[in-house]
Design a protein around this ligand. Structure first.
Ligand SMILES: *Cc1c(COP(=O)(O)O)cnc(C)c1O
Length: 421
């Protein structure tokens, strides 16, 4: 047994870990360094990473182009406030994001995390109506299975159970949460909810094609087309949360491209900087921005994170976009899907396996249950992989750059551990 490094023993009693019952969970692994699609632990074990650190590290870890961009920017201008100042990296990134975003997206508002980007989208949509003197449109229509963040505002638009609406009753504002309209019954319920609530809705909020942290649930382009049509019919803003699906995760740069449906507001985060530094953005159409363009100072968007448009983060994001241009990333997502399909497909029919689904570089094995999550996770590590199942879901969201050997290590490890479940 290798002893843990001194920093581990000294600091662990003082850190508070995410989503973790620290009393009963496996202790966290000590990561010493990363490279490519590997995480090297302090005891020397090297794990193939199947999660890309919550889907952020799309080009793999420590990509030299991103590292170099951050280092050069740190020496030149690490950060200046965006209140009254701008810099090359933030303006370059804003223009580039508008160029690659779906048609009509013209303005980018930067923040530091996905949850805040969604909060900004919600404030933007609400103030959009207020600025036009339309009052009372302060609610959102969102969906069961959805996940939009952990802050109080975003928890309220998550799946009611996952967002723990009951636990936090009294704290969370109430919104309208329904099933995605995908069959006769859910379409009828969706239409009824619109009929009843549209007058106090600011917008409709959805993760296009894949509801991620809510359970890696897939839906079809018909759903997105229906949402766009409903938003138009009731004059609501349509918000796509592409924080999980953006930057090639599902195949195209943004998932909504595959449905040929464009939102009024779009949020991005997670893979925006290639995983090195936090950054998120809320991107709006000209129509939305126009509602804020006025001689009245009170019509300005009332939000401004301290580290908004951080130059190191924007430099990393610009470098990440360079890599998308220079190295055929989107094709790699398609290749990952082709490989994972049959490999994970082998789990179909095994005892306890409820469903296997793959879209782009997202592979999901849904089980009836994972009886002992600690043990399940330990077995994955013993197979040499870093995969983080939650509830009854085992999923792979590797770096888009992963090679076939490492990908096979992941799919085989998942298949093996699932079979022994
Ligand atoms: C992760 C995620 C968020 C929240 O982003 P944070 O950076 O964790 O605040 C919001 N929406 C979706 C779809 C996400 O996957």
């Amino acid at each position: 047994m290798v002893t843990e490094p001194t920093w581990y023993a000294r600091g662990l009693p003082h850190v508070w870990l995410p989503y973790t019952q620290m009393k009963t969970a496996n202790p966290p692994l000590a990561a010493e360094r990363t490279h490519g699609t590997r995480i090297v632990l302090a005891d020397g074990q090297e794990l193939v990473d199947g999660i890309a650190s919550w889907w952020t590290a799309v080009h793999g870890y420590n990509h030299p182009h991103i590292v170099q961009a951050i280092q050069a920017q740190a020496a030149k201008l690490p950060h200046v406030m965006l209140g009254g100042l701008v810099h090359e990296q933030v303006l370059t990134l804003a223009a580039r994001l508008c160029a690659i975003a779906p048609g009509g997206m013209e303005r980018v508002f930067f923040s530091d995390s996905g949850s805040v980007a969604v909060e900004v989208a919600m404030k933007m949509a609400t103030q959009y109506w207020l600025n036009q003197n339309i009052r009372g449109r302060t609610k959102f229509l969102a969906f069961r299975g959805g996940y939009h963040g952990d802050t109080i505002g975003t928890m309220a638009v998550c799946d009611p159970e996952e967002g723990m609406h009951n636990l936090f009753t009294g704290l969370l504002p109430e919104h309208v949460i329904v099933d995605l309209p995908r069959d006769e019954a859910s379409i009828a319920a969706f239409e009824a909810a619109l009929e009843r609530h549209a007058h106090h809705l600011a917008g409709i909020l959805v993760e296009p094609f894949i509801q991620g942290a809510g359970g890696m649930l897939f839906h079809s382009e018909d759903v997105l087309k229906r949402l766009r049509a409903a938003a138009d019919r009731y004059d609501l803003l349509l918000i796509f949360d592409e924080i999980f699906t953006g930057f090639g995760r599902t195949g195209p740069m943004f998932a909504c491209e595959a449905a040929e449906v464009a939102p009024d507001i779009m949020t991005v985060g997670k893979a925006l900087t290639g995983g090195a530094i936090p950054l998120a953005a809320t991107i709006a159409t000209q129509k939305v921005f126009d509602a804020f363009w006025s001689d009245d100072p009170a019509h300005a968007l009332m939000h401004g994170p301290t580290f908004m448009g951080n130059a190191l983060a924007c430099a990393a994001a610009n470098a990440s976009l360079d890599l998308f241009e220079q190295e055929n990333r989107l094709m790699q997502a398609v290749d990952i899907a082709k490989f994972m399909g049959p490999e994970l497909g082998g789990c179909i029919g095994r005892k306890g396996v409820r469903d296997v689904r793959v879209r782009g570089a997202v592979g999901v094995v849904e089980l009836d249950e994972i009886a002992n999550l600690n043990d399940f996770k330990r077995r994955l590590v013993a197979e040499g992989v870093w995969v983080r199942p939650f509830r009854n879901i085992v999923y792979l969201t590797p770096a888009l750059t992963i090679d076939e050997n490492d990908l096979q290590t992941l799919t085989r490890a998942v298949a093996k551990v699932v079979s022994g479940a």
